[in-house]
Ligand binder design. Structure first.
Ligand code: PLP
Length: 400
């Protein structure tokens, strides 16, 4: 059997080869990221060597598995500067968003003896919008605010949306399609002043941006493993003390009774390792990726001055670019690029519908379809960026 170092070296070499100029080029790192080889190695023993159930506290191996989970929880908590007990493992961001929104709203309604008013933004991920719409069917009232044309929400818009019985606001940290970063400090401050619970979906931000949970006005925060080079199928919800949550599933009482089910020890170890790697090189990765993204945008804009940037350029994730190409058919554009470029016109979870995010920014259905979301990753190189510019230029010239 190969030892860990050999396996790691092999996997790093395979990953490096994959990031060369093999087609199609990967420009869809916001849909998901590949597992970092170091994450694979960290997880490996816990699938087949130390495979005990972390809830089997009577056995020595069970205790070891439980200690590994505690260690991973502490490590993740240290990046958010929170008490580890506040972090509940889930199967990903979708589940964490559902638990936060459904769990908190139903708990509050039980306390108050009636439902109340909820606020979100039209450009949220569907895993936030759909649970909120479910709550609407259960009798809660919901306001979905339309952001400004640059995708950002202002404090005055949120102030206007508050009603007497508003008790929950959900606004994402970084948008998965247009990459915009909402002014969360100011928005959450308004909620703190009014005693309103503030939830943020940080699936696209955690591991890309540094932030201190304790110093923020955030009460509930969602993260996902596969957006930061960790495994798919793991995420977490961070819950500030005294924020009531009713569980969505019942069983063995794991995760403080809020999320029953056997804990996936290898995935939890993998998530902590992925976070460790992301936070170690956060600044240098950001600078490199931002420069590449800017090169991509500046070159394309020079070739085609009529390109429309979707979302604010200043308040934006460093790895995201999203633009509309006026005057061409979206399906022709995507058909032309498919064999050379992995990218999208919207979220991976949109079922092929025109992007609700771009529509909220004022793009027509046709414009939304003729849009590209290009998201860069750690392995993206300048040669890949230059090739992407060439492929897009050729396709657009052909279709114009
Ligand atoms: C902002 C945002 N929220 C939630 C999700 C869902 O995450 P998961 O796949 O971990 O359920 C995604 C992923 O597509 C996302 O980008």
């Amino acid at each position: 059997m190969q030892d860990g170092t050999t396996v790691l070296a092999m996997m790093k070499s395979i990953t490096a080869r994959m990031s060369e100029l093999t087609l199609p080029l990967d420009f869809d790192f916001q849909a998901t990221t590949p597992c970092d080889p170091e994450v694979l190695v960290a997880m490996s023993p816990y699938w087949h060597m130390l495979w005990a159930n972390a809830s089997s506290r009577q056995s020595r191996v069970g205790l070891k598995a439980s200690a590994l989970v505690s260690l991973a929880r502490e490590q993740l908590a240290s990046y958010l500067q929170i008490n580890p007990e506040r972090l509940i493992f889930t199967s990903g961001a979708t589940e964490a968003n559902n638990l936060a929104l459904l769990g908190h709203a139903r708990a509050r309604a039980l306390e108050l003896g009636r439902p109340g008013h909820l606020i979100t933004v039209m450009t949220e991920h569907r895993s936030v919008l759909e649970p909120l719409r479910q709550l609407q069917r259960e009798g809660f009232r919901l306001t979905e605010i339309k952001p400004a044309s640059d995708g950002l929400l202002s404090t005055s818009q949120l102030i206007e949306a508050f009603e007497k019985d508003t008790f929950l606001v959900s606004i994402m940290m970084a948008n998965n399609e247009i990459g915009v970063l909402q002014p969360l400090g100011e928005l959450s401050e308004l909620c703190v002043e009014r005693g309103v619970t503030f939830h943020t979906d940080a699936a696209q931000a955690f591991g890309q941006l540094a932030f201190n949970f304790n110093e923020s006005g955030i009460d509930l925060l969602t993260i996902s493993g596969h957006k930061l080079y960790g495994p798919k199928g793991i995420g977490a919800l961070v819950i500030r003390p005294n924020i009531p949550i009713l569980p969505l599933q019942w069983g063995g009482g794991q995760e403080l009774g809020l999320r029953a089910g056997t804990l996936p020890v290898p995935l939890i170890v993998g998530l902590a390792k992925a976070a460790e790697i992301s936070f170690k090189d956060l600044n240098s990765n950001q600078i490199k990726i931002r420069n590449l993204r800017n090169e991509l945008w500046n070159s394309l804009k020079k070739q085609f001055p009529d390109l429309i940037l979707n979302g604010s350029m200043n308040q934006r994730l460093p790895n995201n670019l999203n633009f509309t190409i006026p005057g061409i058919r979206g399906n022709h554009l995507h058909r032309n690029l498919r064999s050379v470029l992995n990218c999208s016109s919207g979220s991976a979870c949109s079922n092929g519908e025109p992007s609700h995010v771009l529509r909220a920014l004022g793009r027509t259905k046709e414009e939304s379809e003729a849009s590209l979301r290009l998201s860069l990753g750690r392995s993206t190189t300048i040669d890949q960026v230059r090739s992407a510019i060439t492929f897009i230029t050729q396709a657009v010239k052909k279709l114009k």
